[in-house]
Every structure is written in structure tokens, then in C-alpha cells.
Design a binder for this molecule. Structure first.
Ligand SMILES: Nc1ncnc2c1ncn2[C@@H]1O[C@H](COP(=O)(O)OP(=O)(O)OP(=O)(O)O)[C@@H](O)[C@H]1O
Ligand SMILES: [Mg+2]
Length: 611
């Protein structure tokens, strides 16, 4: 909670201003029944029309003043609440941007969206209510009680009766409805989750014609939410009329009791009417205060959900005194082996996902050298993606170390570390914009020539040229208007624009045909020869000519070497090779052909069925 409250601190002066307005409004409204009583007692009853006119004008002036104060109060309350909400929202966004993969796994995107929209909205509305009512109602209530007693002590029991009945009604509502508010938000979360996931997977749903089931699943969540909403609204719809009834009954009670007093000459008509109005003010103020008590818990639930995000300890943080990585070379193209940077070392690294029982990676130990291609191969779920995510520190190792240029990745700043790395993730993501704006994600300052160079290496030029607007061709949100292969090539080009020292390709060539795959790798080798290149692949053709191949199986390294060595020594590798290459190819390649021979495999090699 304190995370939220700190956002209110800057607005304390405005709260005083609002309070001043509300105080003015309350004073004016409390004065009105007095004037009315005077008009009746001294003007109407005595038939003095001039008095009625004079007092009437004063009443109008006081009403106008009350109106101006009320407008001022609402204005500043809404203004402050909107700004506070904006500040919380941007703090939330900034926090989420700093989240590491582990925190994202914990919170889920859908919930983060509800928290930054619906929950903040809730807090904002309650803030307005609170600024208006929580200050106004007590001033008004106490003032009205004072005035009422001043007008007629002998009628005061009526207000006592009214408050007793109202406390009972509100108490019942409080205990019946309150727990439901807490459930409401989590149901909303669930609905959003289903909605988001299903919208993202709409094509899969179509393809498997599971619309019925999905509708059913959505209906379930929807009905759940509706059920609670109906309950709350039913409780509310019972509440308002019964409170109205109580108020009307009290009015009758006051008139009835007042009539007796008037008859006995103990009360003036005007005073009775004034008392009636004061009594209503007392009851209304009391209602507002109790309504606050009902609304507040709901807002507190929302505030807690926001605080939970804001207060999350980041699992991956920059060290207090980050070490400096060795100076970055001007361009990796010129970097010869002598001054090459980008050495990646895994030293007995182990990793387990948070809450997972078993290690996803165990005792990973190898070096990826600058100027060399290091390939990682292994079956699905063997830990390849997990392994490479340790290099840019998306997750921290749980055992051992990962070093870049001889420095533990945990002891340098994330920014410096990631500056060195060009990552092409397994699931390519493009942002809405143009092809050029997406490529410039790698380097804002890249000029046209840089983009063309990167696109050429990534074999993307041919399809970019075919587009009407070339590099300025629009890309839809999430890159839905480019094909899977095109998306991969653009992701690769984006990494190339960055000219990093370490290239990481996570299964990035899977959607490319063999010829393109090969042309791309050849161009890459030429252009980024001095850099460290790490390629994750499922397709053996992609990595036949790598300098070093790491074979992963169930999170462990089961083989290390080049193709020939592994064919001789590693059972898992042999199995992968046998399943993907024909006997003839095996014989030829196994017999000692080196890089370049992959061409013959390229065209004829069987794919692994994923491309
Ligand atoms: N965010 C996560 N939380 C928990 N477990 C995970 C997470 N991501 C992956 N895993 C688990 O870690 C193991 C390794 O997954 P990983 O994604 O590294 O496999 P992979 O070798 O890249 O597979 P593929 O070839 O299919 O991409 C799997 O068993 C997977 O279930
Ligand atoms: Mg993977």
C-alpha cells in the first residue's frame, strides 16, 4: 500500500484546496434552511412580502456560492485523481519494463493489463469519491447535527431513530457484499486472460473448429463474473430503495412529531421545516460515510494488486558497482582475431526455472569463441532456448557462471551486456511500424546503407524489393502481415543492424528453405566473421559446418566437437543425424568432407518436419 500512498504525497496542497472549497460548500448549504425558516416564520406567516423578497435574494446568492464551491471541489478532486492515476500507471509500466522473464512468468500478461487499466481506474474513481465525500460528509454531518439541535432539541430523537435503522441496513450490506468485491477483480483477470489468449490463437481455434468449446469456456468465465455482478447489484438495488424508505418515513415522523409541538406552541412551522432539512443532511452525510466504507475495500483490493507489481523485487538487477566490459570495437567486421571480443564462457552452469523441481540445465561447460560458429543442437525441450537466455541474462544461473569477455554477466550492467549481443529469438516479434523502423530497433542511427547491408545478409532484400514501398512498407501489429519466413529474416536483419560482438540465433533458420538457409549462413560468416556466432538448430544441415557443435540432451551436454568427431563419438548426435540425413549423405559427410559440402545435403536433406 505504501507504494500507492506515496503517489498522493505531492497532491496534499491540492487536497487542502479541495477541503477549503468543500468547507465553503457545507457552510452555504447549512445556512440555507435557516434562511428558509426565517422566510416562513417572519415573511410568509406574517404576510411581509418585502421580507420574503429580501431573504429570497440572499438565499439565491448563498446557493450560487454553494454551487461555485461544489464545482471547484469536483474540479480539483478529478484533476488530482487523474494525475495521480497517470503517475501510478507510468510507474507501473516502467516497473513491468524492468521485469525479467521470471517476473513475467509470475504475473502473466493479462493480469498485468487488468492491473494497469481496470485497477488503476478503480483507484482513480475512489480517489475522486474520497476527496469529495470523505471530507465533505463529516463537515456537513457535524454541522447539520449542531444546527438541528440548535433549531429544536425536542425533535432530536427522530434523527437518532433514523441513524439506528440505517446502521442496521448498511451493516447487513457491508458484510454481505464486501467479500464479493475481492472475488470480482480476480474473476475479471480470468476473463481477460481467456479473452487475450483466445484472440491470439483465433486461427488455431478456427483450424481445429473448437469455437464451440472456446465459447463454452468463455461463457463459463463470463457467467462467473456476471453472477457476482448480479449479486452485488441486487444487494445494491435492495439498499437504495430501503434507505429512501427510511428517509421518507423519518420525514413523516418529524412532521408528525413537529405538528404536535407546533400545536402546543413549542415550535414554529419554519423551524420544523428547517429541522427536516437538517435531519436529511445528517442522514445523507452518514450514508456517504458508510458508502465510502463499502467502496473503499474494493479500491484497496485494486490498490494492493497494483502495489504487488510495484513492490516486486526484481530478480535480475544491475550490481551496485558494475564492472566495465572491455571496450567495444568500432565494428565487428574489422575486428580481427587478435582484438576480437565477444568470448562467451559457460562454467559448470546450472539453471532451474523458478518453482520447477528439476534443473532445466545441468553442468553446462563450454566456450564460444570469437570468429567461430558454435552450434547447439538437441531435441525439443532439451534446454537450448534456456541455455542461450542465460547469456543476455534473461535468467540468472542457479549454479556456476556465465562469462562474457572474462567477466561474469552478473557483475556488469544489463545495458552494457545486452549492447554486445544480437539476439534473434525463437519466436520472432516485430512491432507495428515499417520494415525500416523495425530494423532500426537494432540501431537507431543506422542509415539506409546499413539497412540494405543487413537485409542482404539476412536474405530479406529480395522480398523487401518486391514490396511497393520497400523499406517503408508498413508492418502490422505483431508482424501479422509478413510471412513466418519473412518475419524470421527481418528479425535476423534487425540483429545484424546492431553489429554486435555476439550473435545468437535461436532456431532462426527453421522457416527458411535450405538454399536460403545456406546463402544466409555464408553471407553471415563473411560479414560477421570476427564475431562470436551461436546458432541453435534442430536441423542438422544448418550446423554441419560449425566449428563447434554442442549436443544437448535433457539439459546436459552429451557431446562436444565438430560433425565428424561427434559422428564418431556421440550416440545422441548419431541418432539425430541418422534421422535427418540419408545413408548416402551420412557416408559422404562422415567420411571427412568439411564445410562447403553441406550444399549437397542442403538440397536433398530431409527436413525435421518443422519447416
Ligand atoms: N518459462 C518457463 N518456466 C518453466 N519451465 C520452462 C520455461 N520455459 C521452458 N521451460 C522448460 O524447460 C525445458 C527446456 O525448454 P527450452 O525452451 O529451453 O527447450 P528447447 O531446447 O529450446 O526446445 P525447442 O527446440 O522446442 O525450442 C522444457 O522442459 C520446458 O518445459
Ligand atoms: Mg527453444
Amino acid at each position: 500500500m505504501r507504494y500507492i500512498l506515496s503517489y498522493y504525497r505531492n497532491y496534499i496542497p491540492f487536497m487542502f484546496l479541495i477541503m477549503a472549497f468543500l468547507f465553503g460548500q457545507a457552510m452555504c448549504e447549512l445556512a440555507l434552511p435557516g434562511y428558509m425558516s426565517d422566510i416562513i416564520n417572519n415573511g410568509i406567516v406574517k404576510g411581509d412580502l418585502a421580507y420574503v423578497k429580501g431573504m429570497g435574494s440572499i438565499m439565491i446568492a448563498v446557493s450560487a456560492a454553494a454551487m461555485i464551491c461544489a464545482i471547484g471541489g469536483v474540479f480539483f478532486a478529478s484533476w488530482s485523481a487523474a494525475r495521480i492515476a497517470r503517475n501510478i500507471r507510468s510507474a507501473l509500466f516502467r516497473k513491468v519494463m524492468a521485469f525479467s522473464a521470471a517476473e513475467m512468468d509470475r504475473f502473466q500478461t493479462a493480469s498485468l493489463i487488468t492491473r494497469s487499466t481496470n485497477d488503476i481506474q478503480m483507484v482513480q474513481q475512489t480517489t475522486i469519491m474520497f476527496l469529495r465525500m470523505a471530507m465533505f460528509a463529516p463537515i456537513m454531518g457535524i454541522g447539520a447535527v449542531y444546527k438541528a439541535l440548535h433549531t429544536s432539541v425536542s425533535l432530536s430523537w427522530t434523527v437518532g431513530v433514523a441513524l439506528g435503522v440505517i446502521i442496521c441496513i448498511m451493516g447487513i450490506a457491508f458484510f454481505a457484499v464486501l467479500p464479493k468485491f475481492k472475488v470480482l477483480q480476480s474473476k475479471l483477470d480470468r476473463l481477460n486472460l481467456i479473452m487475450k489468449e483466445r484472440l491470439a490463437g483465433i486461427l488455431v481455434i478456427r483450424a481445429f473448429t473448437t469455437e464451440r468449446q472456446e465459447e463454452h469456456r468463455f461463457d463459463e468465465a463470463n457467467l462467473d463474473l456476471t453472477g457476482i455482478n448480479i449479486f452485488i447489484n441486487r444487494a445494491m438495488s435492495f439498499l437504495m430503495p430501503s434507505l429512501m424508505f427510511v428517509m421518507n418515513a423519518i420525514s413523516v415522523l418529524i412532521v408528525w412529531a413537529g405538528a404536535h409541538l407546533i400545536e402546543a406552541d413549542k415550535l414554529l412551522i419554519g423551524d420544523m421545516l428547517a429541522y427536516l432539512q437538517y435531519a436529511m443532511h445528517v442522514i445523507m452525510s452518514f450514508l456517504f460515510v458508510t458508502a465510502m466504507f463499502i467502496l473503499l475495500p474494493r479500491a484497496i483490493v485494486s490498490a494492493q494488486r497494483i502495489s504487488e507489481v510495484l513492490g516486486t523485487e526484481l530478480s535480475i538487477r544491475d550490481p551496485d558497482q558494475p564492472l566495465q566490459l572491455p571496450e567495444t570495437e568500432e565494428s565487428s567486421e574489422q575486428a580481427g582475431p587478435a582484438n576480437a571480443r565477444g568470448l562467451v564462457e559457460f562454467r559448470h552452469a546450472g539453471f532451474a526455472y523458478p518453482d520447477a523441481e528439476n534443473n532445466a540445465l545441468t553442468d553446462i561447460d563450454f566456450n564460444a569463441e570469437p570468429g567461430q560458429v558454435t552450434a547447439i543442437i538437441g531435441g525439443t525441450g532439451s534446454g537450448k532456448s534456456t541455455l542461450i537466455q542465460l547469456i543476455p541474462r534473461f535468467y540468472d544461473v542457479t549454479e556456476g557462471q556465465v562469462l562474457v569477455d572474462g567477466v561474469d554477466v552478473r557483475s556488469v550492467s544489463q545495458h552494457d551486456l545486452r549492447e554486445k549481443i544480437g539476439l534473434v529469438p525463437q519466436k520472432g516479434t516485430l512491432f507495428s511500424g515499417t520494415i525500416a523502423s523495425n530494423l532500426r530497433y537494432g540501431d537507431e542511427k543506422a542509415d539506409e546503407a546499413d539497412l540494405v547491408r543487413a537485409a542482404e545478409i539476412a536474405q530479406a532484400m529480395e522480398f523487401i524489393e518486391k514490396k511497393e514501398a520497400g523499406f517503408e512498407e508498413p508492418v502490422a501489429q505483431g508482424g501479422t502481415n509478413v510471412s513466418g519466413g519473412q518475419k524470421q529474416r527481418l528479425s535476423i536483419a534487425r540483429a545484424l543492424v546492431k553489429k554486435p560482438e555476439i550473435y545468437i540465433f535461436d532456431d532462426s533458420f527453421s522457416a527458411l528453405d535450405f538454399t536460403t538457409d545456406k546463402a544466409l549462413r555464408a553471407a553471415l560468416k563473411k560479414a560477421a566473421g570476427g564475431s562470436t556466432i551461436i546458432i541453435v538448430a534442430q536441423r542438422i544441415n544448418t550446423i554441419l559446418d560449425a566449428d563447434q557443435i554442442i549436443v544437448l540432451d535433457e539439459g546436459r551436454i552429451v557431446g562436444k566437437g565438430n560433425h565428424r568427431e561427434l559422428m564418431a563419438s556421440c550416440r545422441v548426435y548419431q541418432e539425430i543425424a541418422r534421422s535427418q540425413l540419408s545413408d548416402e549423405e551420412l557416408a559422404r559427410y562422415g567420411a571427412g568432407q568439411s564445410a562447403g559440402a553441406s550444399e549437397s545435403f542442403g538440397e536433398r536433406g530431409r527436413s525435421d518436419g518443422r519447416s
